[in-house]
Design a protein around this ligand. Sequence first.
Ligand code: NAP
Length: 488
Amino acid sequence: MSSPSSIREATRRSAYIRPEITIGGEWRAADSGKTISVDDPFTGETIGEIADAGAAETEAAVAAASEAFAPWAARPAIERGRLLRRWFDVIVANKEDLARLITLESGKAIREARGEVDYGAAFVEFYAEEASRANGEIIPAHVPGRQLRAEREPVGVCAAITPWNFPIAMLTRKVAPALAAGCTMVAKPAQQTPFSALALARLAQEVGIPGGVFNIVTGQAAAIGGVLTGSPVVRKLSFTGSTGVGARLMQACAGTIKRVSMELGGNAPLLIFDDADLETAVETAMVAKFRNAGQSCIAANRIYVQAGIHDRFVAAFAARTAALKLGDGFDETTDIGPLIEAVAVDKVNAHLENALAGGAQLLAGGKGEGRLMPPTLLAGVAHDAQLSCEETFGPLAAVMRFETFEEAIRLANDTPFGLASYVCSQDPATISRAGRAIESGMVGINTGFISTAWAPFGGVKQSGVGKEGSRLGLDEYLNVKYLCQAGL
Ligand code: NAP
């Protein structure tokens, strides 16, 4: 079996690592010829270079997407679906290469990277089928001799801006429904994780998705974002990332009254009630907290545990947390890879120190160094601790004790965010009451695994607007046109 370092080296030499963007089916350098280097989060060494593109290249990409739009939209939906299906097949065939690219650029543990490729590919498979189901409706006429129809048509040229934490899945979640609907796309992946996105575009072209339908630009975020939000040709922006950047992009889209989908930050509560099954509760917490080293928008940032089960839960959760292995993402036995950059570790350390200063007890792990943050568990965290108010985005689990149902709901909802939440209980009435009372777009009940292409993903409050996945994800790329025909 190859060693982690030889796999890393082979991945670095991969043909996908090239300083090129794709516009209208062509691959090219930035106009200036300049590049930006991308680091391996584990070693800190340079993986390779990306094109340092800006406004001019983005305008060219928008023009290419605009030219490609009419012929793409005119294709029968079933043909678009077949091309997406071929794209899905080739993504699956290249699963290992793509997973290795994710690990190289994001540091993610390789087993989780493989899971991300499956998850990301599922959006392509799902929307390949959904393409031909963008049905309209005939509405009973309000007066004789008329026909009222509501038809769905593609929005037009769309833009996608995606984050580094799930570099493949966050992109396919946007591109697949857009292409299925008949839209064309200009995408900007995160600067830290561009290569897996560029690889997806190469695979799309390989199976015959026409040039101009899916374009990618990399480089200067503000300049690229300025064109994508300001251009009247771009009819929609779908953004996944932090709430602060999302708010600024929404404002910038207001000038051209663009449609927007915003998948933003979270601060998920996990509520464990006295009647929860202990093993299920611990498993839910492990997944909901430590997936992707805690760098997930739906990560359980606040774990509220009822007094009767609190001590047993904390003891079992501490043992599981301490057993997690921190290390190189390319090592098959690693559970927790490096964080994306050193400042991310600084932020988790700050949350840790702040909670300890507020009286919390450290039960596993401790301070991080460099880009490595050990899986860490705190109990007795105060509700006004920094981590109760802000997304930690790292492997720091924080447990707080509660007494009553009402107190748990009040604490869970005391946040401007509303992306995901989790409930562990065996009582159907508690589950039902909590599920309704929590202000979030998604609720995991006795499970930390909630994301799937088949279900609607998205938040409320400052966690965003719109849905991705499910048939609702297709609607985000369709306009409803009402036709009223008289004289029949
Ligand atoms: P981020 O800093 O907001 O960046 C996200 C993307 O926005 C990157 O591609 C970034 O480009 C780009 N960007 C930054 N400033 C921009 C500007 N002025 N104009 C145009 N684009 C700009 O977020 P992140 O740190 O990558 O991701 C973590 C955040 O994403 C967390 O808050 C997490 O909760 C959230 N998230 C939400 C979901 C969801 O589904 N709700 C899913 C995953 C992550 P550069 O990389 O080039 O700077």
